[in-house]
Design a protein around this ligand. Structure first.
Ligand code: TXE
Length: 500
């Protein structure tokens, strides 16, 4: 913090973190350290341990012991809820610290990081209630002298591998729900955005989570992440990231212990806009859907599918909105669009902007990389004259690049929306309930929005159809995902003998 002006600024020296096992930090020792530069400022902000596969073994052993001795799973739901509620309280107290480091490592605007952390507080509070209410089922239709119970048991040791686009939010869409039923965990954040996962470990310990229940290893996906995929003592793995690594996750599970998997992968999400929509609202929603988090969201609305009669007018409305969005220093309170998180992603987005033009699409607005100091920024970009076969219309760009595709009939709009390997999210904008509901029924997506986009909450499940993933996170669905069902058949009274 620059005290004279009370404007936030990057730290003068990078903050060093250890990794976190058995309720405490472990120093780097002679392990290598990675330095992370703020993508919004280009200066070093954190130093993180490059863990080894042996460190993964240590973290998994800690989680295994904590699970097997039932120090967490053996508690009542009420006792687990108390810890989750306390975690929410501590997180609320430390929210500004979490938001600051999130912004520094990720490049997202500080106002957005604060809002995300606020949302995460709600997830811990909501999951606390679920820890108390989670229950099974009974069958008393088994005849006199018998009864069956169906119980929900925690899966065991859960590994969570997270990406860099929402390092803290994606983590908190999983952790409280995974902990609610009594699982223990090893988390591996992205190597470029690890700080806030370590802060969560501190917060959970401060909240009274028993040692060893939540452990964090930091480092590269190809070593630390891969060791987790193959680990025989990890019972379930939640992976959020690219479709390519998602395939490796499935393969490794098959080659190791058939661990249960949750996958949230890529998306190429349609925003369908009918001529009868409130076009001002829809333009604002479409602009938000593509520029929020600089388009680095698996649920970004990157394909605008718009009724032909309004396509030109509506495209201009969206482009005008985007031109007014404030892009710049992520630590500036007024910034709406921050930096591109990684150098590789920056190159990927610029590559797609060039490719779109090579393929014959027309660059309607944006497309440049403005200079806002030491960071890397890309203006929101809109393409018209796009055809469905172009790479910019088919592949996940993971940046602020919108393609406009016109349609003539509702059936055509639905077919275009579904013409993708992905099925993560979709929106429809229309004031006609028949159209809106028909589209919501027929578009294949795990999350669907009517006259809004990127909306949700702790109660609402997330996850994808098709190649966008397996399983659901958040809400009661997210708790049940991390449980397994056990049936218990009980007989009472005298047994009817098989051998008499
Ligand atoms: O993802 P990776 P990257 C998409 C998006 C983006 C592309 C590449 O299109 O351009 O993926 O991003 C860990 N075993 N999404 O390269 O590599 C890695 O350390 C185990 C969509 O960053 O999939 C990190 O913690 N783990 C997505 C996490 O996987 C491995 C969000 C994600 O990294 C591993 C991010 C391995 N072999 C990118 N290799 C979404 N759905 O939101 C890497 N990792």
């Amino acid at each position: 913090m620059d005290k004279a002006t009370s404007r936030l600024s990057p730290p003068e020296t990078p903050r060093s973190f250890g990794f976190y096992v058995d309720g405490r930090y472990i120093d780097a020792g002679n392990r290598e350290m990675a330095v992370r530069n703020s993508p919004g400022h280009g200066v070093p902000v954190t130093k993180l341990v490059k863990c080894t596969p042996a460190d993964v073994d240590m973290a998994v052993a800690s989680a295994r012991k904590a699970f097997d001795d039932r120090r967490w799973s053996g508690l009542s739901g009420a006792d687990r809820a108390a810890v989750l509620l306390k975690a929410a309280e501590v997180l609320r107290e430390r929210a500004e610290e979490v938001a600051y480091w999130e912004t520094l490592e990720n490049g997202k605007p500080i106002s957005q990081a604060r809002a995300e952390v606020g949302g995460c507080v709600g997830m811990f509070e909501y999951a606390a209630g679920l820890a108390r209410s989670l229950h099974g089922d009974t069958f008393n239709n088994t005849g006199d002298g018998a009864m069956a119970l169906v119980t929900r048991e925690p899966v065991g040791v859960v590994g969570v591998i997270t990406p860099w686009n929402f390092p803290f939010l994606i983590l908190c869409e999983r952790v409280p729900y995974i902990l609610a039923s009594g699982n223990t965990m090893v988390a591996k954040p992205s190597e470029v955005t690890s700080a806030t996962t370590l802060l969560l470990a501190e917060i959970l310990t401060e909240a009274g989570l028993p040692q060893g229940v939540f452990n964090v290893v930091t480092g590269a996906g190809s070593t630390v992440g891969q060791a987790m995929l193959e680990h025989m003592q990890i019972d379930m793995l939640s992976f959020t990231g690219s479709t390519a690594v998602g395939r490796a996750v499935v393969e490794a599970a098959g080659k190791s212990n058939f661990k249960k998997l949750g996958l949230e992968l890529g998306g190429k999400n349609p925003q369908i806009v009918f001529a009868d929509a409130d076009l001002e609202d829809a333009a604002d929603g479409v602009a938000f859907g593509i520029a929020f988090n600089t388009g680095q969201c698996c649920v970004s609305g990157s394909r605008l599918i718009v009724e032909r009669s309004i396509a030109d007018k509506f495209g201009k409305l969206v482009a005008d909105k985007l031109a007014k969005a404030r892009i710049g220093d992520p630590l500036d309170e007024t910034t709406q669009i921050g930096a591109i998180t990684t150098d590789a992603q920056n190159s990927t987005i610029l590559h797609y902007i060039a490719k779109g033009q090579d393929e014959g699409a027309t660059l309607m607005s944006g497309g440049t990389a403005p200079d806002h100091g030491g960071g890397q920024f890309i203006e929101p970009t809109v393409f018209t004259d796009v055809t469905p076969d172009m790479a910019i219309a088919r592949e996940e760009i993971f940046g602020p690049v919108l393609t406009i595709l016109p349609f003539d009939t509702m059936e055509e709009a639905i077919a275009m929306a579904n013409d993708t390997e992905y099925g993560l999210a979709a929106s429809v904008w229309s004031k006609n309930i028949d159209k809106a509901m028909t589209v919501s029924r027929q578009v294949q997506a795990g999350r669907f929005w009517v006259n809004t986009t990127l909306a949700g909450g702790p109660e609402i499940p997330i996850g994808g159809f098709k190649a966008s993933g397996w399983g659901r996170e958040a809400g009661i669905y997210g708790v049940e995902e991390y449980t397994q069902v056990k049936s218990v058949f009980i007989e009472f009274g005298k047994r009817d003998h098989w051998i008499s």
